[in-house]
Design a protein around this ligand. Structure first.
Ligand code: GRF
Length: 230
């Protein structure tokens, strides 16, 4: 007998509360902020948390008057203790959905379990190709002709959970890491707010490794699953 579907819960009363974990530049965070401010995403950001004091993501959040928190990993004895502090912060800000937007630390079960099916990651390759660090470099070194980005639910393994959406871009002969990452980043910024709106609408249904998008019956249906832009 197959296991019952795990449906992502639609948000409780009011707009979906998103917590963003980011370690660096924060351009994906910015895409979420912009979508909310432009009325394209019915959500609010309850907390932006970073493991890096100097993260540009924190500056961006402050500029938009969003709550921020720097948690210094050096103050915790291990990764589990650190993640416990993250969970406490997320819960005290009533975060319902966690978005890893360039968050450069491995997650422990202490964080993954309480937020099971409620953590989303964005990765700059077409998973399962090129997980981990330096995805663009890996794609170029492998000679891939197509790469892109993947948005997926997070489980205990790195870049592994059920895939929600992907966008593809060509890899060009003359590409270096910078050129490829810029092309992919455009797609990341398009796709992430769309996926978050689907989540906010309660339209994502996890069925084993598959994520079904309510109202979408095939890959040809829409731009969500596949975008090939040059
Ligand atoms: C993005 O390429 C994202 O896919 C990866 O890390 C990068 C973060 O960029 N996980 P930014 O900090 O959002 O600008």
């Amino acid at each position: 007998m197959s296991k019952p579907d795990r449906s992502t819960p639609p948000s409780s009363a009011g707009a979906l509360v998103i917590g963003v974990l980011a370690s660096g530049r924060g351009s994906n965070l910015q895409s979420i902020i912009d979508a909310i401010e432009q009325g394209k995403l019915a959500a609010r950001i309850g907390l932006v948390l970073s493991n890096k004091k100097e993260a540009q993501a924190l500056e961006r959040a402050e500029r938009h008057h969003l709550p921020t928190l720097f948690l210094d990993p050096l103050l915790y004895s291990d990764r589990s203790q650190y993640d416990a502090a993250i969970v406490e912060a997320l819960q005290s800000h009533r975060v319902e959905l966690v978005v890893l937007a360039g968050y450069m630390r491995l997650l422990t079960t202490v964080l993954v379990h309480p937020y099971q099916d409620r953590i989303i990651n964005i990765h700059p390759s077409l998973l399962p190709a090129f997980p981990g660090l330096h995805a663009h470099r890996q794609a170029l070194a492998y000679g891939a002709k197509v790469s892109g980005c993947t948005i997926h639910f997070v489980d205990e393994k790195v870049d592994h959970g059920p895939i929600i959406a992907q966008a593809a871009v060509p890899v060009l002969e003359e590409d270096d890491e910078q050129a490829l990452s810029e092309r992919i980043l455009i797609e990341e910024h398009r796709l992430l707010p769309k996926v978050l709106q689907l989540y906010a609408d309660g339209k994502l249904r996890i069925d084993g490794r598959k994520v079904r998008i309510e109202g979408e019956t095939s890959a040809e249906d829409g731009p969500i699953r596949l975008q090939v832009n040059r």
